[in-house]
Ligand binder design. Structure first.
Ligand code: SF4
Length: 348
């Protein structure tokens, strides 16, 4: 796949666009004013492999809390601001390394943007112009939704550019997957801004994963997209696992664990789903690229796990552990996970 050319933008010490690796983002669902809770969620996201984290700044108290969180967490944080340029200014001064604004709910006249540009330049902070299907600026009503989304994003970007500001990332999101794909294809053709991809309001873990995989995955496979967020009505770490899995499936990220498991059949001797989920949970922190197979019987599971770095072919009484695709050890099934974790530790 040939990646679309985009200009490189810095968010603190993380690069987005150009030849930089495609990053995975998520957003806290704690109250920003809950400093300890937010710091804990940031730590969980970081542990899951999240590259960039966004926090909402809905009021001045949140801007104050943002500063404390940014100072203590040591990661570049993104501030999400709606409706208020005053809050945007406070968030940047509080240490945001990127500002997300939605032109559908903020005035986009020259004066407001001119003032914001001065602050963004002072603090060397990029802006993400994030347009959503659900909050389109009225002036673009009457156009097809794809065209309206593109026009809204570009019109706001043009206003920033008029004031000499080009430190811009653009996101067009829609809950309709086809609209999200088509509008990003159109946008990708007419600008070189790094693009943030996501299907908004994608839904629960199951439906959201399907929609996001199709929407984000289709575009990434076409070389479009520089940073992604899988929006889910689920614990935030699931967004990160999903984002990393999409990148891995497309060969765009070679880090972390890929768990492959069999669909089970009449020969199954163990709880494959439970075991595979446990392996995923226990290896979420591993950054080394690893393929781990979890198979439901020793009979075929050994052969089917051949392409894996590590594997489990589970049996009722005894299970087989695989290393580099070969039988490593046969262990009593009741201590399978202890033995597997010992092997994993030794391997990494
Ligand atoms: S690995 Fe074993 S249990 Fe799993 S699908 Fe294949 S034959 Fe069935």
């Amino acid at each position: 796949m040939i990646r679309r050319y985009s200009r490189e933008i810095s968010i603190g010490d993380i690069k987005v666009g150009g030849n930089a690796p495609i990053t995975v983002q998520s957003m806290l669902n704690t109250k920003t004013t809950d400093v300890e809770g937010s710091l804990q969620q940031i730590a969980d996201l970081k542990n899951a492999g999240c590259d960039l984290i966004r926090l909402a700044v809905p009021d001045e108290k949140s801007a104050e809390a943002f500063k404390v969180i940014a100072d203590r967490c040591g990661l570049p944080l993104i501030a999400d601001v709606h409706y208020s340029y005053k809050l945007a200014e406070l968030a940047v001064k509080a240490g945001a390394k990127k500002l997300r604004m939605n032109p559908g709910n903020m005035a986009t006249d020259g004066e407001h943007i001119k003032n914001l540009v001065a602050i963004l330049n002072d603090y060397n902070v990029p802006v993400r112009i994030g347009v959503n299907g659900g909050s389109l600026d009225k002036q673009f009503k009457g156009m097809s939704e794809d065209d309206a989304l593109v026009a809204s994003a570009l019109s706001t970007a043009d206003t920033f550019e008029k004031f000499g500001f080009s430190n811009i990332i653009v996101a067009i999101k829609a809950s309709n997957v086809l609209t999200m794909i088509e509008s990003n294809r159109k946008l990708a053709k007419v600008c070189d801004y790094p693009l943030h991809l996501g299907v908004t309001e994608a839904g629960t873990l199951k439906s959201g994963l399907i929609k996001s995989s199709i929407g984000i995955g289709t575009l990434l496979e076409e070389g479009i997209g520089d940073t992604i967020r899988v929006s889910l009505s689920a614990p935030v770490v699931e967004e990160v696992y999903a984002g990393k899995a999409i990148l891995r499936a497309l060969g765009l990220r070679n880090s972390g664990v890929e768990v492959v498991s069999c669909p089970t059949c009449a020969r199954t001797e163990i709880d494959v789903q439970g075991l595979a989920e446990e392996v995923e949970r226990l290896t979420a922190h591993v950054t080394k690229p690893l393929k781990i197979s979890v198979m439901g019987c020793p009979l075929n599971g050994i052969g089917e796990g051949e392409g894996s770095d590590l594997g489990i072919a589970g049996g009722k009484e005894k299970s087989v552990l695989l290393k580099n695709g070969e039988i490593y050890k046969t262990v009593p099934s009741e201590i399978l996970m202890q033995e597997f974790m010992a092997l994993l530790e030794q391997f990494i």
